[in-house]
Design a protein around this ligand. Structure first.
Ligand SMILES: [Zn+2]
Length: 416
């Protein structure tokens, strides 16, 4: 029993010793840990502050205006740095996600491009690409004709696009090598816009000038005599019935009225005011009376429409008639009449391609001599020439004559 009690005492002593040693060791270790702990944390913080400084410098390079760059390294604590790192990491993964999303979308779009949406299929093709101008201050060019479709580009007012297909809502256009869709509402045709501009310019040029048009002759001749000019002893029949088409058999007065009515419309369209001496064939107006109507109308130019005739059926071409420089009745209007006649004959021949026979100066025409306004007689062509007679009855050729006369008037007034 004694031996057992001794053993226990020794064991207790050993435990005590180990315990004491343990206590001492722990204390020492703890102190060491504390000191080394502070040192390593300071070091860590220092290192991380340096890292933050680098980070800040990088950020400053990327974006010199960010708030972060304004903070001094001392202001940046570990927490915000970690937050920044975390944020950066999140942003990176978000960007990656977006990139892969975009890639997927592009893959989808590429496969979709071969298939047309219903809206696209229903679009009307244009025969020729038409240049259109954007009328909205900002207009989205979309991949498909849908408000949900990806925006390929943003167009601005005045941008030009080429229209290839369209419907009421959407127009397919080409813009700087891209094909996309824009709202049809905000496109205007460049040509229409320019024509509208030209019309207003033309109206400014014509200044609403008044033109008198006389379709020469009438259905029945009036062979009563009248003086060929104011105070003239010489007389001429009041009005003849004119010539007749060798191929068409059309009376000249009919042809003259056809062209005169077209000219009336063309001049009105160009902004002129028009006075028609006659609009039917059933009239009885002498050449002197026709001149008087023009004089009293306030007309600034008087255009008399006629067709020519010759015994030589091979003769063809266009000419205008004007007074000579020595005309006793309207010598003061010589240069204006000459200018008017020249512009008209040149402009007609430019349009029709007919032979330009120039101005025929004469003082034997009552319808000129009684005028107090610049006047020109237009001899459109020869009804005695079968080809020219036929041509003058064609709508298209008449339109060319009319365009020529109107261009001549434009040129005349531009010069005045
Ligand atoms: Zn005639």
């Amino acid at each position: 029993m004694k031996k057992k009690g001794q053993k226990n005492r020794i064991r207790m002593g050993a435990y005590l010793l180990v315990f004491l040693l343990f206590l001492t060791g722990c204390g020492k270790d703890k102190r060491n840990l504390d000191s080394s702990g502070i040192t390593s944390m300071q070091q860590e913080q220092q290192e991380e502050t340096t890292a933050q400084e680098e980070e800040t410098k990088d950020a400053a390079l990327e974006n010199p205006k960010t708030e972060e760059t304004k903070k001094s390294p001392a202001e940046v604590n570990m927490g915000s740095y970690k937050e920044a790192q975390e944020k950066k990491k999140n942003e990176q993964s978000l960007a990656e996600a977006e990139a892969s999303e975009e890639a997927k979308k592009q893959d989808n779009d590429e496969t979709e491009e071969t298939k047309e949406t219903e809206e696209e299929e229903d679009m009307i093709m244009v025969k020729e690409k038409e240049v259109m101008i954007v009328s909205a201050s900002s207009l989205n060019l979309r991949r498909h004709p849908s408000m949900d479709a990806e925006v390929l580009a943003r167009l601005s007012r005045g941008d030009e696009v080429e229209k290839t297909r369209f419907n009421d809502d959407w127009t397919e256009v080409e813009f700087r090598g891209q094909t996309g869709y824009v709202s049809s509402e905000y496109l205007v045709s460049k040509e229409e816009k320019e024509t509208a501009g030209e019309e207003s310019t033309a109206q400014q040029n014509t200044g609403g000038h008044i033109i008198a048009i006389d379709a020469g002759h009438q259905d029945h001749a009036n062979n009563e005599q009248e003086p060929i000019g104011p105070g003239a002893a010489e007389t001429k029949p009041k009005v003849s019935s004119g010539t007749q088409g060798i191929a068409t058999n059309k009376p000249e007065y009919v042809l003259n009225l056809e062209v005169s009515l077209k000219l009336k419309q063309e001049l009105i369209d160009r902004g002129y005011q028009v006075v028609m001496i006659r609009e039917t064939n059933e009239v009885n107006l002498s050449n002197q009376e026709r001149a008087s109507i023009a004089n009293d109308s306030g007309a600034e130019a008087f255009v008399r429409i006629h067709a020519n005739s010759s015994t030589d059926t091979s003769i063809n071409g266009t000419l205008t008639m004007a007074p000579t420089a020595s005309n006793p009745y309207l010598s003061n209007l010589y240069s204006k009449c000459h200018s008017l006649a020249q512009h008209i004959v040149d402009s007609i021949c430019e349009q029709t391609g007919s032979k330009n026979m120039g101005i025929q100066e004469t003082d034997g025409m009552s319808g000129i001599n009684w005028c107090t306004v610049p006047v020109a007689i237009v001899e459109m062509g020869f009804m005695s020439n079968p080809e020219e007679d036929q041509r003058m009855s064609e709508e298209g050729y008449q339109d060319k004559i009319v365009t020529g006369i109107a261009n001549g008037l434009d040129a005349y007034f531009t010069e005045q």
